[in-house]
Design a protein around this ligand. Sequence first.
Ligand code: SAH
Ligand code: SF4
Ligand code: F3S
Length: 441
Amino acid sequence: MQGHQTYYIYTFGCQANAADSEQLAAQLQQAGYTATLLPDEADLIVLNTCCVRESAERKIYGKIGELKKLKTADPNRIIGVAGCLAQKDKDKLFAKAPHLDFVMGTFTVGRLLENINKVKENREQVLSVWEQAEETQRLRPASLSGQISAWVPIMYGCNNFCTYCIVPYVRGRERSRPVTEIIQEIAALAKQGVKEVTLLGQNVNSYGKDGQANATFADLLREADKIKEIQRIRYMTSHPRDMNQQVVDVVRNSRSICEHFHLPVQSGNDRILQAMNRGYSINDYRTLVRSIRQAIPDSSLTTDLIVGFPGETDELFAQTLDFIREIRFDAAYTFLYSPRSGTPAATMPEQIPSLIKKQRLQLLMDVQNEISLQINRQLEGKIVEVLVEGPSKNDDSAFVGRTRTNKIVIWKHTGSEQAGELLSVQIDKAQTWVLKGKAVD
Ligand code: SAH
Ligand code: SF4
Ligand code: F3S
């Protein structure tokens, strides 16, 4: 039975989930499963899910429903759900989708094989959702060899309880991994040819504050920078409240830590920020940006913004527009506020009608896109250093890479450049989200 079993994993949501999917894949590979690119042919399907916004949930429930026909076609096929939506909806998933074989939460990522074996042995649905974290050894699947970028979780969970956000409820409290363990993992990745790592946490700047690491985030960055084969180090996400000068100084003085700051501001108005429980004011944010730009003038700055948070009037929203015009972000990820049941904001008065949220989102994107384009146009004619990622998805003759500032660059493949190599590209056409250019010697 065990010979040549294949698996397919759907990954939704953020990089925390992408890293968990690697962990799931690694366990399957240890047990002799091989990956398939075709879910219809897989013996095992796992959906690693997200519930940060209702739109994500809707999409995932749609996909779960669709998979019913695959279960009917082959009842021996195993289909399970993991991740944040599984954690949140543990009590209703089997009722909503009786064709599921297992539901496992975010605290039991290391127990995939155990769950599959239970399904096979007992021929019953398995629920494996805990409310507490357990130590899981980080595993990486062999199928990632040859990859040039890798995710490295440095901490799990979140303590911030922003009033709109479900993450602390489905991922638990902050747990930092020990420095030595993280550094060993990065060194091992470097040996396998990885050139770029992204350190992951919901709030990386509070790394070590749980007392489990004996180090701060700045200390960890300094250690990681010593691993010579790693060309670039990125990290996400930073919280504006916990970002500090120490980290900025480490970035400035380091060899490999990229000059890109992702600092989600969420709103340009103090009253809304306070209602969101973000813990900083617009002026704090301004001061932080000023100190970053003073220390590292060539750095890029990106953000996340939510429109339509309860109580956001036209006037307060206009202040967010003013604020993004003032700060001039390189790019912004913009979201419609989505009420998440169980979070404080979901029951706040003055919820904003959907139509108004959509109009505001459009206005916000229009303003930001114009700014992004203006900033990118300043790079036209310039030569940038790109870490080559590989062929473009849409165009075989084109290659894709990124600048240290995290801008996507596309150029015509000359035939010689290879993934993992650093390349100079002269930019000749800037767009809102990509730069186009040609390779130069
Ligand atoms: N820990 C990170 C990422 C959290 S999720 C951080 O604090 O930035 C990524 C983004 O999703 C958030 O920055 C926020 O902008 C958005 N988000 C989270 N919950 C949301 C909700 N209920 N509705 C709309 N956007 C939300
Ligand atoms: Fe959610 Fe706030 Fe934690 Fe980010 S910092 S995961 S937005 S609660
Ligand atoms: Fe989604 Fe969970 Fe990440 S809710 S955004 S996958 S932490």
